[in-house]
Structure formats: structure tokens, C-alpha cells
Ligand binder design. Structure first.
Ligand code: ATP
Ligand code: LTN
Length: 337
């Protein structure tokens, strides 16, 4: 029997090549080997303020990105027989997620949520006093997403590792208290290189919510924008193209070049021996454009209607799986189901 994988992206901000290389590209590679479920996590997105119309638009946009990237989910197969994978769906269309979250809340500790780096980062500016309780509780909802489906593998970027660890801890704690119920999931994180750093600051990860658009290459950026952003990307002192830890900006750019060209950093170093940043950056922009152009063509060919249909079908397919697990959990804690 195939093992199951589950992952998701929030429909907030514009997806960038970090999201693609760190997460979605791995989903595409793993989708046939596993029973794959990919979610658009709109309930996570509202842990920071969102404009409702924009959230709706972004939810469809993320699903289109999954499909254009190569996730081969299809509609029209919900009724009758076993569900076919991969499945994509919208988190808020499956209420079992929040129901399980509530139960997991009762075994989660304040102290373990207070340790979460993402919460600390996101409340750094304004302090935690005024932060939404939902932002604090975000990792418990994520644990519910994962545990509801008997997930064994969670393909995410490195920044999400701590959250997957919490899901493991909660699963173990619940099993210990109430008997074997949850599979203990594992994070799947691509080896070094796939933590894409900000183009304007190689010390911090490329991020949807970074203020400057020059922080990231967005998956829907046009050619001119990509050329401009790469040209403006910060570089290190010196003029040679070398891959080393003391040149973090260049290392990041070489990693991006490597990921989109299937060349190793060593090969890239060689190609640019005796050449400078100008040549390297100009060709890096073209390598990215070479990848994003066909991706964007596939994206544009998808209509909102067909994508909504696939998502609705996906929610219908996952609900029975979610309900079965939730009923088991409810019974174990003493609810009458
Ligand atoms: P934000 O910065 O607004 O929190 P984000 O850009 O981190 O958003 P998420 O929706 O939190 O995006 O992440 C979606 C997936 O992309 C996650 O699996 C995350 O680990 C991965 N990811 C995000 N940024 C990067 C990055 N710079 N490099 C590699 N993977 C990343
Ligand atoms: N927090 C994740 C998104 C997410 C997720 C999940 C990922 C929500 N639920 C379940 C994997 C499994 C993020 O990438 N920011």
C-alpha cells in the first residue's frame, strides 16, 4: 500500500520561487509514489488580516499554481469507488480540520507554542500582546491537517520543520493518553540548497510577506520584472563567481541557477570562470525565465471554473477520510458520535 503525504500553502501574498523549490517541486516529484493530498490552507491565512475578496482570488490562484506546476489532480471522480490521488482541496471546505484542532488544543501546551519560531518572527514587530490567538494556535491547526489523514510524510521547506515536530509530539501524546490513533508523521525536507534566501538580504529566507518586492522572484512575474529583480539582487564583495559560505548572496544566486538548470554549483562556477557578475546575472535571469514561461502558459490556460470544480471534488474525496479519523478521535475522548 502506498504511504500518504500531505502538504499545503497559504493563499496569502504572491508565491515565489522559494515556495516552488522548497515545497511544490517536491510534491510534484513525490505525487505518484505516495497517496498525495495537497491543501490550500485558507484558515491558516486568516491568522493575519486578509481582505476577503483578495483571499478568494488567491485561493484559486494557489490551486492553479499547484496544477500548473504539475500536480495532476483531476475533477469528476468524487462519487463512487476509492478516491483517486493526487487530491487538491480548500482547507475551509472540510470542517473536520477545525474540529480536530479543538481536541488537539486540549493536549497542547502554552510553553511549546511559545517556542515556535514563526510565531516569534511574526510578532517581533508588534509584540505578542496584540497578536491574534489564531496566530498563536496556528501550529495546532497544522497538526490537525496532518494527523487527520494518517499522513506519514510532510514535504515542506525547512522553516516548517518545527511545526511538523509539534504534530509528531501531539500525535505521540494523544496515542499515549487514549491508545494508538495517529500515525507519527515525518517532515520531508530537500537537502541543502533549497532554502532560498531573499534577493535583497541573503540572511533571511525569501518570503511572500517581505515588504520589498525585490526580495523575491514571484512565479507570475513577467520577463522584464525578473530581469530587473535579478539585476538589483545584492551581491558580495569581490568580482568572481565562487560558491562559498562567506559569499552568501552569490551562493544563493548560484543555488537558484543550479535548481533551474540541473547543473551543479561546481559546474556553474566553472562556466563563469573569468567572467563577472554582469554575465552571470543576465544568464541567471534567462534560466529563470526559461522555467517560468511554460509554467505561466499552463497557469493562464486554466479557468477559475474548472479549478473550483477540481477543488470541490477534492473536498468531497477527502471528507470521508477525515470524518472516519475524527469519529475515532471523538469516541476515544468520550464524545457520543
Ligand atoms: P510568509 O513569509 O508569508 O510566511 P512563505 O513565503 O514562508 O510565507 P508559506 O505559505 O509559509 O510561504 O510556505 C509555503 C511552503 O513554502 C512551505 O513548505 C515553506 O516551508 C516553503 N517555503 C517558504 N519560503 C521558502 C524559502 N524561502 N525557501 C524554501 N522553501 C520555502
Ligand atoms: N504552515 C505551512 C502551511 C501548512 C501545512 C499544513 C504544510 C498548513 N497546514 C500541513 C504541511 C502540512 C506553511 O507552509 N506555512
Amino acid at each position: 500500500m502506498k504511504k500518504r503525504i500531505f502538504s499545503g500553502v497559504q493563499p496569502s501574498g504572491n508565491l515565489h520561487i522559494g515556495n516552488y523549490l522548497g515545497a511544490i517541486a517536491n510534491w510534484v516529484k513525490l505525487q505518484d509514489e505516495f497517496e498525495s493530498i495537497f491543501c490550500v490552507v485558507d484558515m491558516h491565512a486568516i491568522t493575519v488580516p486578509q481582505d476577503p475578496e483578495t483571499l478568494r482570488k488567491k485561493t484559486i490562484e494557489i490551486a492553479k499554481i499547484y496544477l500548473a506546476a504539475g500536480i495532476s489532480a483531476k475533477g469528476g471522480s468524487a462519487s463512487g469507488g476509492d478516491p483517486t490521488f493526487p487530491i487538491i482541496f480548500i482547507q475551509s471546505q472540510v470542517p473536520e480540520h477545525t474540529e480536530l484542532m479543538w481536541i488537539l488544543n486540549t493536549i497542547s501546551k502554552m510553553s511549546e507554542l511559545e517556542k515556535m519560531t514563526q510565531f516569534k518572527d511574526k510578532t517581533q514587530k508588534g509584540g505578542s500582546e496584540g497578536a491574534a490567538v489564531g496566530l498563536f494556535d496556528y501550529p495546532v491547526l497544522m497538526a490537525a491537517d496532518i494527523l487527520l489523514y494518517g499522513t506519514e510524510v510532510v514535504p515542506v521547506g525547512e522553516d516548517q520543520k518545527q511545526h511538523v515536530e509539534l504534530a509528531r509530539d501531539l500525535a505521540k501524546r494523544f496515542n499515549q493518553k487514549f491508545g494508538e490513533t495517529f500515525i507519527i508523521p515525518k517532515a520531508f525536507i530537500k537537502e541543502e540548497g533549497m532554502r532560498v534566501m531573499g534577493l535583497d538580504n541573503p540572511e533571511k529566507k525569501m518570503s511572500k510577506s517581505a515588504e520589498s518586492a525585490y526580495n523575491r522572484i514571484e512565479l507570475l512575474d513577467d520577463e522584464e520584472t525578473i530581469r530587473r529583480k535579478i539585476k538589483k539582487a545584492v551581491t558580495d564583495s569581490g568580482s568572481e563567481i565562487v560558491y562559498s559560505d562567506d559569499k552568501p548572496a552569490l551562493k544563493n544566486l548560484i543555488n537558484i541557477y543550479a535548481a533551474f538548470s540541473n547543473k551543479s554549483p561546481k559546474e556553474i562556477e566553472k562556466m563563469y570562470m573569468g567572467k563577472g557578475y554582469g554575465d552571470f546575472k543576465a544568464e541567471l535571469a534567462e534560466v529563470i525565465i526559461g522555467f517560468l514561461t511554460p509554467f505561466q502558459e499552463k497557469y493562464s490556460a486554466l479557468s477559475d471554473e474548472e479549478v473550483l470544480e477540481i477543488l470541490k471534488d477534492g473536498a468531497e474525496k477527502v471528507r470521508p477520510i477525515a470524518k472516519e479519523k475524527l469519529d475515532e478521535v471523538k469516541t476515544k475522548v468520550g464524545f457520543i458520535v
